[in-house]
Design a protein around this ligand. Structure first.
Ligand code: TXA
Ligand code: MG
Length: 352
């Protein structure tokens, strides 16, 4: 057991003293959880194999699931990657922001960081605390989401504490994150480029810059794909799961409502405590033990922001089963549905 220190920090103008203390830990090979615009990350010196191994140990993360390397200066891409195609340079206009680029790794990136792959994932986060920490540390920072492996990603410092207290050195608390789902991961080593994980940067926006971009089949899968050599090892691991069993119901709104209510009654009859993850437009139609709304079906950004927090809240209320409504697949709805499908273990019911 370590003593985990939590420090409040100003999200717009981070206090120098706080950033110095955190950077000292990073430089000496320790672990610091910090806010980004997407979710909280668990950071270590990306170029120090021992420090990176501590990330895997603290999270209980499988060693073959590579980490994203966070930078604060575009020039670092050319140190971390061997080949930077011109598309990458165009896409860096989205930085700082929720876009991760997968490129050929250079020799300075340890195998621990890339999960044994010959590619490296790089992004520049859009958060003053993250950027200040990277600059003050003087090294790129490897950071997965700061949750125990398989749990919903943390959007507050409290979520990080729930999962990692006693396992890491420090948590920087700058309040809830703005976007609420992780970055979009784009593989530029495949032709055409492929989105391995839909995330905070909408696919529609990517397509305006690179016209031939594709969605990897597993990014939009409605059932589990057998991935022999996973393009992104993260695809094959269990993900985003609350403790309760999650069932995802997809279909037209009116069919959704009756199907979900039918399932609630069925589980209630079996003595289960049931939660419904609804939307503003539908929530008044349900009768269940716990009902929570993601937000309006028309506002996918707002739904994304709430998703992981609500999954954790259902656990706090001790529900046995969560029945979740499918949401529209456009903009951030694509990322929300990707997380819900995985969280359900592809236990998806079609309502029609
Ligand atoms: O928004 C985010 O991306 C957050 C914040 C902290 O930056 N980070 C995050 O990291 O979500 P993590 O480790 O939870 O997810 C990283 C994803 C995984 O699905 C992993 O498999 C994939 O990126 N990935 C990392 N390096 C890769 C590589 N070289 N090739 C393919 N996929 C890679
Ligand atoms: Mg994660």
């Amino acid at each position: 057991m370590k003593r985990t220190v939590t420090l409040r920090v100003n999200g717009e103008k981070p206090e120098r003293s706080v950033i110095r203390a955190a950077a000292e830990i990073i430089r000496s090979g320790g672990l610091v959880a910090f806010p980004t615009e997407t979710v909280y990350g668990l950071g270590a010196d990306a170029l120090n194999p021992e420090a990176v191994r501590r990330i895997y140990a603290a999270k209980g993360r499988p060693l073959d699931n590579p980490l994203i390397v966070h930078i604060a200066d575009r020039r670092d891409v050319y140190r971390l990657a061997d080949d930077v195609p011109s598309a990458a340079e165009d896409l860096m206009d989205f930085w700082p922001g929720p876009l991760t680029l997968v490129l050929r790794a250079s020799g300075i990136v340890p195998r621990e960081t890339t999960g044994g792959l010959d590619t490296v994932a790089v992004r520049m986060p859009n958060h003053e605390v993250a950027l200040a920490l990277i600059r003050e540390s003087g090294v790129p920072i490897a950071a997965p989401s700061a949750n125990l492996a398989g749990r919903p990603s943390p959007t507050t410092a409290m979520h990080v504490k729930q999962d990692l207290d006693g396992r890491i050195d420090m948590i920087l608390d700058a309040g809830p994150t703005a976007i609420g789902v992780e970055s979009t991961v784009l593989d530029l080593t495949s032709k055409p480029p492929q989105v391995l994980r839909p995330g905070g940067l909408p696919f529609e926006e990517l397509r305006r810059i690179i016209h031939d971009v594709r969605l990897h089949p597993s990014a939009v899968a409605e059932r589990e794909l057998r991935i022999a050599v996973a393009a992104s090892p993260g695809m094959k691991h269990k993900h985003y799961s609350p403790k309760a069993q999650l069932i995802l119901v997809e279909g037209e709104t009116s069919a959704l409502i009756s199907k979900i209510q039918e399932l609630v009654s069925r589980y209630n009859r079996h003595g289960k405590k049931v939660g419904v993850l609804a939307t503003d437009e539908t929530q008044r139609h349900y009768q269940a033990d716990v009902i929570k709304s993601l937000g309006s079906r028309g506002d996918t950004s707002f739904m994304a922001k709430n998703l992981f927090r609500l999954l954790r809240e259902f656990d706090d209320e001790g529900v046995d089963v969560i029945i979740a409504e499918g949401v529209p697949l456009r903009h951030l709805g694509l990322a929300v549905m990707n997380r819900l499908r995985k969280a359900s273990g592809f236990n998806i019911v079609r309502a029609d």
